[in-house]
Design a protein around this ligand. Structure first.
Ligand code: ATP
Ligand code: MG
Length: 332
């Protein structure tokens, strides 16, 4: 079997100190294999962003990596020197975040910013060559008239166009891994669909592996080969998209899927998962999903022992649950 490109192991990230410690990421294991797209889904606050910021060395100062490793090409990003990590960001790993305005500097022309992304990692290129490369990638991600438009400033571009520019910068150096955190959330629905197409094309052109963080299960179903479901800083279920969407074993995953609008069949009211995720810093004994779980709410084991992810059916699917659903039954 091929080695993972990125292997995150037992990653724990906390904010704050003493009694105010918030454990945002609580011991996650995620592997990303070359060329595959892994979707990370989960409600707000489940630790998706913090996990990837940790991997990229971009955590705010108030965060602390308690333990874990994140191996890329066999090297641990978490212990790497800042300079070495900077070399990797933007070359081996490209990033696309939710709000393109925070990724683009308002007072530089788009061309300069994409060309800069190229030159940082290829200082041997002349300015003219870097500009040409930038215009090529802008063309690739569907910016019309890239030669003319690239000379404009970000505020002269629409949100969708700006996100194209960010994707262009992210793929300009042919990364092996693309990390996209809510890349379409700030955009309207039509533009969202376009940006997803751009991402899909970018992925195919670069053959990069992709970590796609989103609330949108529909997007994940469309783009990801494997899916990670996070809740309360932990991985609750992980498997192929087929396994997770067609035959979820974790009651939390089924709850999440029930919130999805359906295109076919009768229009059913959307069912939110009852209850709230644990508050920041809330101490949890037992399974973090229990207060919101119809299966485990009254089970003593679920109240007292925190379930560790385990492999269920010899197919690589992992589930952190004491009483997972049986295969294809949808019920325990
Ligand atoms: N700068 C910060 N200071 C303190 N706590 C933080 C900070 N950033 C994140 N957290 C905490 O870390 C937890 C995980 O946050 P994170 O942003 O990773 O969630 P998320 O899954 O990306 O949510 P969303 O879907 O809303 O983007 C949250 O409970 C939040 O309270
Ligand atoms: Mg987030």
């Amino acid at each position: 079997m091929t080695e993972p490109l990125l292997s995150v192991r037992d990653l724990v990230v906390e904010f704050g100190t003493g009694r105010d410690v918030v454990r945002a990421v609580d011991g996650i294991d995620i592997a990303v294999y070359p060329g595959e797209t892994v979707g990370i889904v989960g409600e707000s606050g489940s630790g998706k962003t913090v996990a990837m910021l940790a991997v990229l060395g971009l955590l705010p100062r108030s965060a602390r990596i308690v333990r874990g490793e994140a191996l890329l090409d066999g090297k641990d990003l978490l212990t790497m020197r800042r300079r070495a990590l900077r070399r990797i960001r933007g070359s081996r790993v490209g990033m696309v975040f939710q709000d393109p305005l925070t990724s683009l500097h308002p007072s530089y022309r788009v061309l300069d910013q994409v060309a800069e992304a190229v030159r940082v990692h290829h200082p041997e290129l002349s300015a003219a060559k870097a500009n040409e490369r930038a215009i090529d990638v802008l063309d690739l991600v569907g910016v019309p008239e890239p030669r003319r438009r690239a000379r404009q400033y970000p505020h002269q571009w629409s949100g969708g166009m700006r996100q194209r520019a960010v994707i262009a910068a992210a793929i300009a150096n042919q990364p092996a891994l693309l990390i996209a955190d809510e890349p379409t959330t700030a955009l309207d629905v039509t533009v969202q669909a376009q940006i997803l197409d751009v991402l899909r094309d970018a992925r195919e052109l670069t053959r990069a592996a992709c970590v796609l963080i989103t609330h949108d299960l529909g997007v994940v179903a469309e783009l990801a080969e494997r899916v990670v479901v996070m809740y309360a800083g932990r991985v609750q279920e992980m498997g192929t998209a087929e396994q997770v969407f067609r035959d979820p074993r974790h009651p939390y995953t089924s709850g999440l899927l029930a919130t999805l609008p359906r295109l076919e069949g009768p229009v059913l009211p959307l069912t939110p998962i009852p209850g709230q995720p644990p508050g920041p810093g809330e101490r949890i004994s037992g399974c973090p999903c229990r207060p919101r779980c119809a299966v485990g709410r009254d089970r003593a084991e679920c109240a007292s022992i925190r379930p560790e992810p385990r492999t269920l059916d010899g197919t690589g699917r992992r589930v952190a649950c004491h009483c997972p659903h049986d295969a294809h039954s949808g019920t325990p």
